[in-house]
Design a binder for this molecule. Structure first.
Ligand code: AHG
Ligand code: MN
Ligand code: MN
Ligand code: MN
Length: 337
């Protein structure tokens, strides 16, 4: 079997489809290299002293795990010097990180969730990295990039992807021409194309939601999950299975592999009224990937990718996956409003 590396794949996207610029290609390769390093660090576990918390709090009000901070540093260092970025933003940093003056600046913005699924680190359950690439809007004017430049709707994304550090390390990517998947060849240290065209089945019989929040849900979400639970005898006419890994990367990866619906809805709590997941570096990249794979992603009644962000760390309700199911939940929200 002919082995296609990430580099080859991207060069072909650049040559044949003009789907990526040389800068974006280098940028994605740099992120992929950083993911390799994060995966390696994750793999050391207790032997590398990388487990446990640091005791510091991030802008989200979460206690940072050592790996949250290490992964953030790996991504920053890898992407600072390449010349393709104007600035970066991350779950773990309060505000944007401009490219220091000692390096050339490029015309793209990179956003990331350096380590997704932090609560699963110490229990050796799959975790990952999520990233999103935007064009810096006023690059040509030569002024300094600011936080406002990042506040673009997800539909503007140039590329998005995620890595999962699990039994295998996998990298899933879209540059707007469908979704492809790579597996890390650990001996060679290269990402090899293993899924040429990932598509999500339209229907599903598997849902993912944190059921412990049920009492806080809004009516449309409760309605859909009640119908799933009613099984064959209910209006959906089939028995549903449930999964909840609590690493968004792994839950979304399962949906890209075999279909399903993932929900982290906004709810009635004051802390939950905007949802838990972050729009710019969790919901947007995952929604771009899911749509490119033929699925759908909404916050309730509206498409996530059309949301105009108001703040870098803004949260949003997330309902994504198999198209027919997501549209059903969307309809329940529209009917209720
Ligand atoms: P992060 O580890 O980057 O802060 O994100 C955690 C998120 C997401 O990965 C997951 O879907 C969700 O939190 C799980 O939340 P619960 O613990 O409330 O189920
Ligand atoms: Mn996350
Ligand atoms: Mn995270
Ligand atoms: Mn976190």
């Amino acid at each position: 079997m002919k082995r296609i590396t990430l580099t080859q794949y991207l060069v072909e996207q650049q040559r044949k489809k003009q789907a990526v610029s040389a800068e974006v290609r280098l940028l994605i390769e740099t992120v992929a290299r950083a993911c390799k390093a994060i995966g390696h660090t994750v793999g050391k576990g207790a032997l590398g002293g990388v487990l446990g918390s640091l005791g510091t709090e991030n802008v989200q009000g979460e206690i940072q795990k050592k790996l949250d901070v290490l992964s953030n540093e790996i991504l920053l260092e890898a992407n600072e010097w390449g010349g393709h970025l104007a600035a970066m933003a991350s779950e773990e940093m309060e505000t944007i990180h401009r490219i220091p003056n000692r390096y050339p600046k490029g015309e793209y913005l990179l956003l990331f969730d350096p380590l997704d699924g932090s609560s699963n680190i110490d229990v050796n359950v799959s975790i990952g990295t999520i990233f999103s690439v935007l064009h810096a809007p006023h690059h040509a004017s030569g002024r300094e990039v600011d936080e406002q430049d990042f506040l673009q709707a997800g539909a503007q994304q140039v590329a998005a992807g995620y890595a999962v550090y699990g039994p295998q390390s996998t990298l899933v990517l879209t540059v707007g021409t469908g979704v492809v998947g790579f597996t890390l060849d650990r001996e060679m240290g290269s990402w090899i194309l293993t899924s040429e065209s990932i598509t999500i089945p339209e229907q599903t019989a598997e849902f993912a939601i944190n059921m412990s929040n049920m009492r806080h849900w809004e009516a449309p979400v409760k309605r859909y999950i009640d119908e799933c639970l009613a099984g064959k005898e209910g209006p959906l006419g089939k028995d549903y299975n449930m999964r909840w890994i609590a690493s968004m990367v792994s839950d979304v990866h399962r949906i890209l592999t075999r279909g399903g619906i993932f929900m982290y809805p906004r709810d009635k709590r004051s802390s939950g009224k905007n949802g838990k997941l972050r729009l710019m570096y969790e919901a947007n990249p995952m929604s771009f990937i899911v749509e490119q794979a033929g699925g759908a992603a909404v916050d309730g009644a509206h498409r996530i990718l059309d949301t105009q962000p108001g703040a870098l760390h803004q949260r949003i309700g997330v309902i994504l996956g198999s198209k027919a199911e997501v549209e059903r939940v969307q309809r329940y929200h529209q009917e209720a409003s």
